[in-house]
Structure formats: C-alpha cells, structure tokens
Design a protein around this ligand. Sequence first.
Ligand code: ATP
Ligand code: MG
Length: 208
Amino acid sequence: MGPARRVGIMGGTFDPIHLGHLVTAEQARADLGLDEVVFMPAGSPWQKTRTVTPPGHRYLMTVLATAANPAFSVSRLELDADGPTYTVETLRTVRKALPDDALYFITGADAILNILTWKDADECLELAAFVAATRPGHDLGGRDAQRPRERVPVLDVPARAIRSTAGRDRIAAGRAVSYLIPREVEEYVRKHGLYGTPARPPAAGALT
Ligand code: ATP
Ligand code: MG
C-alpha cells in the first residue's frame, strides 16, 4: 500500500455549483497539499427549506464543473442515500472506506459557524480535520464564544461573494452569470430549463 493520501471533502447542495465553491476547493488543495478534493452533493439537505433541484441534475452540474481538474472528483454517496444525510454519517462512511488517509472537511465560513448545531459535532471534528474558508459577508472572527475556533484553521480564499441563491435568482431574472457560474453549468441549466429558464428539449429527447 502506498503512503497515506490527503483527501479533502467539500459538501454542499451545489444548486448550482459556482466559482466560489471551485476557488475554495482549489485553494484548500493547494494550501493543504491535498491529493484529491471530493465534492459531495447533499441528498435531501435537512437544513434547507426550499425545494432543491433533483439530485441527478446537481450531480451532473458538479461533474461538469470539476471534470477538467485532475484532483477533483464527485461522490454520489449522499445523493444515493435514502432521506437526509448527516455530515457525521458521511464522515463515518468515508473514514471506513479510507482508513489510512488524512481527511479534511472543507466548509465556508457560514457553514462552520453552524457547526455546533450539527448532529454530533464533536464526532465530526474527530473524524476529519475541519477547515473554514473565508466567505464575504461571514465573519470568522465573531462573537460566538462557543465556536470551536482553535480546532478549525482558516483558509484564506480570494473573495467571491457569489452564492447559489443569487445565481438562481439571476438566472431566473434573465441576468448574466458569466464568471460566477462555469459556462458548462450555465449551458446545462439552459438546456434543462432549470431555475425558471425555458426548457429546450433536444429533438431526440424521446430517445434519451
Ligand atoms: P445557497 O445560497 O443555496 O446556500 P451556497 O452558495 O451557500 O448556496 P452551498 O451548496 O450551500 O452553496 O455551499 C456548500 C459549501 O460551500 C458550504 O460549506 C459553503 O459555506 C461553501 N461556500 C459556498 N459559497 C462560498 C463562497 N463564495 N466562498 C467560500 N465558501 C463558499
Ligand atoms: Mg449555503
């Protein structure tokens, strides 16, 4: 067996994936010397109240956005699970599958500030090293005395104020998302009529 690898896991809804996710993952790869960053689209996110785009679309958009980077991959682990998945369950499964690898769970500043509300936050912190990326509008320096800051190193990510919610709203309003959402993803969105765009079924649609 080869030397232990360093593997990052980037969880998210990815509805849709955007440049903020990709910059964060790439920065984590470079700064932490990761061999691989696994994007892990969530199945039925328990903290989201709105209707989330079907998993198949979010999976393919994530694949399209990450395909060209040899260090990036996409896991179906949470997408294929029945019902909501908790981060702790995901980390237990990954830990079992990769017992010798060093695991890093990459989150943005907003997600890490929620960490204490997660189920079994302490076990999460034991299963993987957590890394919090700076994110415009979310202060990591904050007032929350309970925040497990000393255990969560901060990853300085070049500012990207983009969020999926704004991406969806812009697309729905017919505004441009160039340089915010990868071109391949935007084309996929328009082809499939996601986020309020008019669907353009391919002529051979009945065969696919
Ligand atoms: P939504 O608006 O739907 O919540 P989002 O842009 O926050 O979408 P998520 O899929 O919720 O995207 O985020 C997945 C992970 O990526 C989270 O850990 C989140 O903090 C992080 N993240 C998202 N956008 C950024 C960004 N611009 N900079 C740094 N981290 C980000
Ligand atoms: Mg979010």
